[in-house]
Structures are given as C-alpha cells and as structure tokens.
Write a protein that binds this ligand. Sequence first.
Ligand code: 6CS
Ligand code: FE
Length: 298
Amino acid sequence: MTRSDAYPSRVGCDARILPRKDPVLHGSITPTGPLSVDQLESFDRAGFLAIEEFFDDAETLAFRDEATRLRESHAGGRAPEVIIEPGSGEVRSVFAVHRSSAAFRGLARHPRLLAAVVQILASAAYIHQSRINYKPAFRGREFYWHSDFETWHVEDGMPRMRAVSASISLLENNVHNGPLMLVPGSHRHYVSCAGRTPERHYEQSLRQQEYGVPEPDALEELVGQGGLVAPVGAPGSLVLFDCNTMHGSNGNITPWPRSNVFVVYNSVENALEEPFSGQPPRPEHIASRDFTPLEAAG
Ligand code: 6CS
Ligand code: FE
C-alpha cells in the first residue's frame, strides 16, 4: 500500500503550486513567551520575523569566535560535515555545529530562543539540523531560491510543515554581502517541483542546489504577490523563518564575510519518517533522527 503524501514533489509530475495544508502558528496567539502578539501575527502573515540585537554583544562575540575556530579547524579537511564552495577551497558551510561545539550546543538551547520557537510550534522541539553558512568574502557563492521544507519533506521524510529555522548573524548582514532574502507570504504556497531526486543528492545540493528549486514562473508569481525582503542587521540579530518560506541569498564579492549560524527546530510531533523520495535517509549530520525534546540551557 503506497503511503499518502500531503506534499508530493519531485515525483515525476510537472511543477505546480499547491496550497499549504498546515497552520503557520500551531497554537493560540498568546504572548506566553518572548514573542509579542504583534510579532506572532507578523510571523504568521509574512512567514518570517526579524529581531535586531536578540543576542548581546558578549554572546555574539563568543559565537563569532567559535565559528572562526570551527572554520579554521576544518580548513582543508574533508569531514562530511564540511561543505566547500564550488570553484574555491573556501569553507561554505559546517553542519551539526550543535554537536561539535559547546558554544553552539548552548545557543541551540538558549532559553529565550527556545521559548520563542515553542510559541510558534506549540509543542516541544528537537534539533533537525544546525549549520554555519560562512558566505566568505569575495568567494561566497549564492544559495539559489528554495523552500527548506520541500527538501526536508522529500529527502528527510519530514511529514508536515511544523518546523522553524533560526538564523543568527555572526557578522554584519548588509545589502551588499549576500543577506538572506525571503518572499513574504510564500510560506502559504507549496511549490511542488518537477523531476526526480538524484541519488545522494546532498553531495551536490549543499554546494549548488539544482533539484527541488522553483521554476522562474513560480518564483515570479510568489514575488509578484509578496515582494522580497532582505533583513539586514548587526551581529546578534535573529531571523525566525517558517520551514516553507521561499528564500535564497546572492553571492558575496565584497570584502565583508556574511556568516550566519542556523538552527532548525522541528516539532516532536512532526518527527521524520522515511524520505518521500523513496531513497535512504540523508546522513545524521544533515537531518538528525534524535527526536529527544530540547531543554533550555541552565
Ligand atoms: O538541504 C538542506 O537541508 C539545506 N539546504 C538549503 C539550501 N537550505 C536548508 C539546508 O541547509
Ligand atoms: Fe535554506
């Protein structure tokens, strides 16, 4: 008996835009945590929320120095957690930093951050994925448009849209150095992609994603409806974005690196199943299958 698939994509059909079937906020809109009612309503409407100076300077400096240490410790290395920029030997991303670094383990369990996540997911959460995207100066390549959920559903078996990403800027994100660009309102549409998922797709997609990306006409439609927003801000700023919000970022040819750390929180009620692509699950450092509910750091 074939398994039902609420969000089919890359199943050999034509690309199409389907409606979202899940709520964005999974509980009532009550200020039971750091996010106000206005902030929760803004997240519900846009599919993301930017908060300047969420972390203080001391915290942010410690995260930045730890990110530098991790990059330098992996320079030239070939650990599976390390993704190298196409065309240069620069480190593009390091995955599973909540496991390899005590500082990022603490960040992922930061009491105010976790409380905000719980307000959105309305349940306990576990870490689906963490990564640092370094977007190095001069050589940082783009992250083409995509919905994270489309990948996490097809390649990791994430059943429903009940996950949220936290992006924390470690260095200034400005209009020049490839800031995260988001399409307001796009989270309410599911861009189902054509084609089929290549085997071990992650070995390519994390360097340059070509499957599971929207066709130009779908992107034109979503951007035509919602426009584009690129939250810029000083180090320590936070962007919370829904798992299905369409986003991407341009390359960085400026002298200013744009390093952000991302922590992806999935509801414990939305634990991964078998990938809907029918392929083997992706490795643990990309898609965790440790569903232990997170507890806030002491
Ligand atoms: O495949 C993934 O899980 C990763 N790919 C992108 C482009 N964003 C989410 C995540 O880091
Ligand atoms: Fe992404």
